[in-house]
Design a protein. Structure first.
Ligand SMILES: Nc1ncnc2c1ncn2[C@@H]1O[C@H](COP(=O)(O)OP(=O)(O)OP(=O)(O)O)[C@@H](O)[C@H]1O
Ligand SMILES: Cc1ncc(C[n+]2csc(CCOP(=O)(O)O)c2C)c(N)n1
Ligand SMILES: [Mg+2]
Length: 344
């Protein structure tokens, strides 16, 4: 009788467990590979400089829904999410490649729109589109973008550099992208149930912009450079604050305490949360797609950081044994969970 093959459900590992499982057997063979799997981008030595490389995959139905996502915005966003990973290494993006799997329902004009968005992002961030690949797809539109960037050797910031007593800082505000998505989903449902063609989107500009046309935080990176601050660690927020904090803690071998009342949430986000009866703190902690920069700095840089607009200190790094916690205003400690966005 044939032996039954072992079958492990992917859900038992989760997104991050799966990545670790698949990649742990690979050892670096090249001296130029400075950092492989495990950060926002890989780091490769090229002469005096370092090159960073990162890839993100966007799948129809998982990452975007074409019923409410304009293709131009989608093209723009597909570039931005990659550049955000380059900036999170404290590097400057220089080139991208774009690979698409095209479903039969799309026409040339649709792809023209997608590429108009890609071009707009390239021009805005000063990167060149240098190639890619094109295939037919039976399962909806697929977009895979690879971004390349560069940085002087001493500039790169890894997830692994946070030290005990460092301050945890955050650019911008959180939770808006998720609430924008909730509004779009609500209008989609109304349309499906009633056939009403006119979506009610007035008054939701901010949260809609955050989900449909996000920007990468190049301004924060430049401000830090000008202020003479090199973050000890950095990561961009694609999966949610909670998850990204856990990544920094794990990679740096530290713990953290962040304070709930210090987590920045925009007034517009609060308003939508109230309307939809959604907990704003949950949106900020687990929402994802905010593409803000989360970074740590040394205590002695505290004066310099206070002068920077749009940056908040939200907590500090502790020893590994203390764990990763959110502290509520009434003094309760809530453990932060590292949930991947995709519940495999
Ligand atoms: N299938 C895979 N094979 C090899 N390495 C992978 C795979 N998926 C992810 N990685 C690597 O794992 C690390 C973490 O990837 P992850 O996608 O969580 O980070 P990210 O790109 O910052 O997040 P996001 O995808 O939400 O933008 C990176 O170094 C990435 O290159
Ligand atoms: C249709 C639709 N469903 C869900 C979402 C939300 N969403 C998609 S990817 C992601 C996090 C990063 O993912 P990854 O780690 O794969 O880069 C989030 C929060 C969306 N934007 N559109
Ligand atoms: Mg990232």
């Amino acid at each position: 009788m044939a032996e039954k093959r072992k079958r492990t459900e992917i859900s038992t590992l989760g997104e991050f467990g799966l990545i670790e499982h698949l990649t742990k057997g690979f050892k670096s063979l090249q001296k130029s590979t400075m950092k492989g799997v495990g950060d926002d981008a890989a780091v490769i030595a090229v002469g005096e400089k370092l090159m960073v490389v990162t890839t993100d995959l966007l799948l129809e139905g998982i990452h975007f829904d074409l019923t409410y996502t304009p293709l131009q915005h989608l093209g723009y966003k597909a570039v931005v999410v990659n550049l955000s990973d380059v900036y999170a290494m404290n590097a400057t993006p220089t080139q991208i490649t774009v690979s698409i799997g095209v479903s039969a329902k799309l026409a040339v004009e649709d792809l023209d729109e997608l590429y108009a968005g890609i071009q707009m992002a390239c021009e805005h961030y000063g990167v060149d589109m240098v190639g890619g690949d094109t295939s037919a797809s039976l399962t909806g539109l697929t977009i895979s973008i690879t971004a390349i960037g560069e940085a002087p050797k001493e500039s790169i910031t890894y997830r692994s550099g946070a030290q005990v007593n460092d301050l945890i800082c955050l650019s911008g505000d959180l939770g808006a992208a998720l609430m924008g998505l909730q509004i779009l989903e609500r209008e989609k449902q109304v349309f499906q149930q009633t056939g009403l063609e006119q979506p009610q989107l007035e008054g939701y500009d901010y949260v809609l912009k955050r989900i449909l046309k996000p920007e990468a935080r190049v301004g924060t990176i430049e401000m830090l450079k000008e202020a003479g601050i090199k973050p000890t660690s950095m990561i961009d927020i694609s999966d949610g604050l909670s998850s990204e904090l856990r990544h920094i803690c794990k990679e740096s071998g530290v713990g953290c305490r962040v304070y709930l009342e210090k987590i920045p949430i925009a007034a517009e986000t609060f308003k939508v949360c109230e309307e939809l009866n959604f907990d704003a703190v949950t949106a900020a902690l687990n929402g994802g797609e905010d593409y803000e920069m989360l970074f740590t700095i040394r205590q002695e840089d505290v004066e310099k950081i206070h002068g920077l607009s749009g940056v908040d200190v939200i907590g500090h790094i502790t020893g590994a044994s203390t764990g990763a916690f959110l502290v509520t205003p009434d003094g309760r400690d809530i453990e932060l969970q590292a949930q991947g966005w995709v519940d495999c």
